[in-house]
Design a protein around this ligand. Sequence first.
Ligand SMILES: Cc1cc2nc3c(=O)[nH]c(=O)nc-3n(C[C@H](O)[C@H](O)[C@H](O)COP(=O)(O)OP(=O)(O)OC[C@H]3O[C@@H](n4cnc5c(N)ncnc54)[C@H](O)[C@@H]3O)c2cc1C
Length: 463
Amino acid sequence: MTTYDVAVVGGGPAGMEAALATARAGLSVVLIDEHHELGGQYFHPRAASVRARLGEHRPEGRVLAGQVVAAGVEVLTGTTVWAAESSTLWVRSDPAGVHAVRAERVVVATGATERSLPFPGWQHPSVVSGGFAQHLASSDGVAVGARVVVAGSGPFLLPVAAAITRAGGRVVALVEAGHPYGVGAAQIRSLRHPGKLVQFARELWPLLRSGTRLVQGSVVRGVQTSGSELQSVEISALDGNSSPFRVAADTLVVGYGFRAQVDLLRLAGARCVVDEHDNDLTVDVDAYGRTSVPGWYAAGETTGIAGSLAARAEGALVAAAVVADASGRALSAPPAAVRRARREHAFAALSRSLYPGAGELARKLMDSAPDETQLCRCEGTTVGQVRAADAGSSADVSAAKTLTRAGMGPCQGRYCAPALCALRGTTPESLASRVPLRPVPVADLVASPLLSSGELTDTVQEA
Ligand SMILES: Cc1cc2nc3c(=O)[nH]c(=O)nc-3n(C[C@H](O)[C@H](O)[C@H](O)COP(=O)(O)OP(=O)(O)OC[C@H]3O[C@@H](n4cnc5c(N)ncnc54)[C@H](O)[C@@H]3O)c2cc1C
């Protein structure tokens, strides 16, 4: 079996940039992504039929993907990494099934997942995430609904609402848990980023023009439905100091920002630390993406949320570290990538200071969530069941998982972990990263020649 110099997991802006630069430096590189085309979340390619009608979406992503292929990178799309042990990645694809990919060095660029916080009715089909609504609007040109409420917290809500409006939907209300829209010290500091201010104005303008109601300091408490139809959304102040009110809508888009996807890095043993603002884990990396495990690196939103430009720059920086470590030569980082990463992270930090921490938000929302609220959609566990679980200690989140099955379904807690940790008053550190990271059909494991040859080790076989 080939042992590559470098395996890059994740074909978004960060992973593509890392694969391209390491391949151009003469290393043998494999780039793995579970999607069927390269691009990740930001360069998410349009389906061929939509492309024929609307043209290319964010064409620079196609250009980058073309450069990756031309540089000789072996691209494995439709391939999911579900386990890892030192220099071996266990992957699954169709029709190959389960197999191993080996590399001297691994760059993890698996991006982020959306942060959801449950409320009664969030599992209704007319309640969707910001990422879904954004992809539908900006990539496919389709508004997710005719009368839409966009709610949650964070800078992503505004571009989502703007994209829905441009696609022909009416955003009747934008409901933000914090108070970012106003004039304060942080907003004044944002004058240092004029390009971002222009982008902000471009996104705000269609909403102002179409009469979107801006509600700050408030959150969604529930939805009123009739069968599969959404009728209205119930909103009240985050601190509970005002009476709830309803806004008629056919669709609710709700999201509380993004969480770095560190499960593969944790499995590899990379040190992660708790970010207190969001009560979430971030991987401990140096300025060039080296983790605490020799030979393992991280880049892009896996290392923190700062947008696609920062992700691309970090892909170039991690590549510089990989090339230096592989060759024993001094590290030579592209100055433009250093400047870009610094600038984008400075803006991300400024932007973050405008919004309430996700940890505090999760605690407040979970404290007031009724018992019947569904917490884990994979297993159907409710908030009340988690509250009632006799876990011995309120902070023993693993025991609560075992007793209620919350977080043990196909998503492995990726979506319910923030709420589960808020309910048990703990951090996601106490939720271990487990094999398989993604569902793997048992038939594929059984059919794998690796099983009979003994190559799948005990840890992986136990999965
Ligand atoms: C749902 C969603 C929608 C978004 N939409 C936008 C948007 O419209 N505009 C915007 O500015 N920003 C958007 N963002 C933010 C955006 O993700 C980043 O700014 C940018 O794409 C980060 O680049 P990245 O390379 O770090 O990660 P990503 O672009 O997220 O790429 C990560 C890649 O890793 C792959 N991957 C993850 N785990 C595995 C695994 N185990 N095995 C194999 N492959 C794996 C994924 O399939 C993905 O392609 C969105 C984020 C999310 C989560």
